[in-house]
Write a new protein. Sequence first.
Length: 163
Amino acid sequence: MKSKILFSDSGKTAICVKMMIFAKKIHLKTRSGLFHLLPVIIWTAVILLLTGIPKDSIPKTPEFLDLFQPDKIVHLLMFSIYVYLFNRNGSKAFPEKDRNVIFWVAILSGVLYGGLTELMQKYIFISRNCSVYDIIANTAGCLAGGAILKIRNRKTAGQNENS
């Protein structure tokens, strides 16, 4: 059996030491980045939980509100908050990255995640179904969050120039 050993003990030790050094370097670089992304990660989990609630557990709205479909407002708000948190904390987690790149990654990841949650409602979650209108509301929420960020950044930039 010993003839099948590919590495000697000293070779295994060297590989383990190199892996530990590499892991330590990654840890030092990403520790603060992951801390800044924690609100995004938590909010992503909250969205998953909310979109996975069985439809029977969601309170029914009065018939006169069906025209406005309040759940679309919930989708809009969830994904606006997602884009805001991703952009705000992504800039802190990756200060070396261009803010515009983080902005567009936040919007694109929100749109993709919104579509993914709808597909999960169709194929994974019980008593849920996929809705194109929900995907539209998710996308609108991402775009609304992005628009709010752009307006806020312009106001902040204008205030900094006046000071």
